[in-house]
Design a protein around this ligand. Structure first.
Ligand SMILES: Nc1ncnc2c1ncn2[C@@H]1O[C@H](COP(=O)(O)OP(=O)(O)OP(=O)(O)O)[C@@H](O)[C@H]1O
Ligand SMILES: [Mg+2]
Length: 369
């Protein structure tokens, strides 16, 4: 709403934002196969249905009912997912009923029903294709630290890794990304994004926000996450009652551990970027209100765990021994830094407007074919 009236422009933007981003890896080829000029054209073919929220459109005078078409409870077609993963178009007419038409993000991905569960299958970007393995490493670190998270596993297809995770949204809930939460109030010029986010979340009544942010910032420091933009975390609410259930478990932590950097760049470290609050991880760490809930002893041997996961025989074309060693060492070093900071007892949460992130948008990756 804008000044008490329906804001049609905002509704249109929201609808357009529901489509597959033009920056998605492999989307150009998929559009050629499907003979469409804009991914927006796919939206109405699935009534805008998604597996991350409950919104949809129903043609006027139609008898369609949510119960019969939502993807949480009803099956969906593999056709669009196949095309997004590079398959040639089948001769038969395609079945466009798929949550892939409304999926966000720049990495190649598709939804699959595996053993009756809705799962998101997501690739990595060239040259190292690290993201799927990074998701597994991040899951393990969060498991050890008791951080609510989406568990990821890895699967290999035609020699390439893909991460697999279950849908964390259900037929009763919806994911509301942080980007939407910060739009519920106007951000004053003199207020930091961190403080603005906390204020918006407090006004909405989302429980556990500070604790969540402490843990997310700590995780992102440990794994040197470079892409925690405002669509890569959010809150969950009941879609019927609109009751806020809390922050969503942490998802999409793959663009981390120097995923796109050569060994000299990894060692140098100066090009590591940070989001969503501060441009540098060291600055973002100052926003942590307390390290008390981080059990550092649970992180013993993280370097060995990283080495083991990257040394998967399937990964040998992408990950060299030296690269693995440097990533493991640098991660161990960050954990040590963090522990020193936590032990020093001099740490005090410092919220300023210095070093704020400018454009909080997703990294785009070259085409992964
Ligand atoms: N397990 C899940 N359950 C429900 N929705 C999910 C799940 N994982 C991801 N999503 C939704 O799908 C979107 C895209 O997924 P994800 O962020 O993992 O992809 P990505 O390509 O890595 O994104 P980016 O552009 O940030 O790199 C998320 O922003 C979120 O809205
Ligand atoms: Mg994402």
């Amino acid at each position: 709403m804008k000044k008490g009236a329906v804001d049609r422009a905002a509704l249109n933007t929201w609808w357009t934002d529901r489509s597959i981003p033009a920056s998605r890896s492999g989307v150009r080829e998929a559009m050629e196969t499907l003979q469409i000029t804009d991914t927006k054209m796919l939206l109405i073919r699935c009534f805008g249905l998604s597996l991350s929220d409950q919104y949809w459109i129903r043609p006027e005078n139609s008898e369609l009912a949510w119960e019969n078409i939502n993807f949480f409870e009803n099956e969906f077609s593999d056709d669009i997912g196949d095309v997004l993963f590079g398959a040639d178009k089948k001769p038969d007419p395609l079945n466009f009923s798929s949550p892939d038409n409304t999926s966000d993000g720049n990495l190649k991905k598709r939804w699959k029903i595996i053993d009756g569960k809705r799962c998101l299958v997501k690739g990595g970007s060239n040259p190292y294709r690290q993201q799927p393995l990074n998701e597994v490493i991040a899951s393990e670190i969060m498991r050890r630290l008791n951080i609510p998270h989406v568990p990821y596993t890895v699967t290999w297809n035609k020699g390439a890794p893909y991460s697999v995770c279950e849908d964390f949204v259900s037929e009763d809930t919806e994911l509301v990304p942080a980007r939407r939460i910060i739009q519920t109030k106007k951000q004053p010029n003199n207020k930091s994004m961190y403080q603005h986010f906390v204020d918006c979340a407090d006004s909405l009544g989302i429980p556990g926000v500070r604790d969540f942010l402490d843990r997310m910032i700590v995780l992102d420091y440990i794994i040197a996450n470079e892409d925690r933009h405002l669509n890569n975390f959010g809150a969950i609410r009941n879609a019927e009652t609109l009751e806020w259930l809390g922050m969503a478990p942490i998802y999409d932590s793959g663009s981390s551990l120097g995923y796109d950097k050569s060994v000299p760049m990894l060692r140098d470290g100066s090009e590591v970027v940070c989001k969503p609050f501060k441009k540098h991880h060291e600055e973002q760490l100052k926003l942590v209100s307390s390290f008390d809930r981080i059990d550092f002893s649970a992180l013993a041997g993280v370097g060995d765990m990283i080495t083991r996961i990257f040394s998967d025989n399937n990964a040998k074309d992408y990950m060299e021994e030296n690269r693995i060693r440097v990533i493991a060492e640098l991660t161990e070093r960050r954990i040590k830094n963090l522990q020193t900071l936590a032990d020093s007892k001099t740490h005090k949460q410092t919220i300023t407007t210095d070093d704020e992130v400018g454009k909080n948008i997703a990294a785009s990756y070259g085409d992964t074919k």
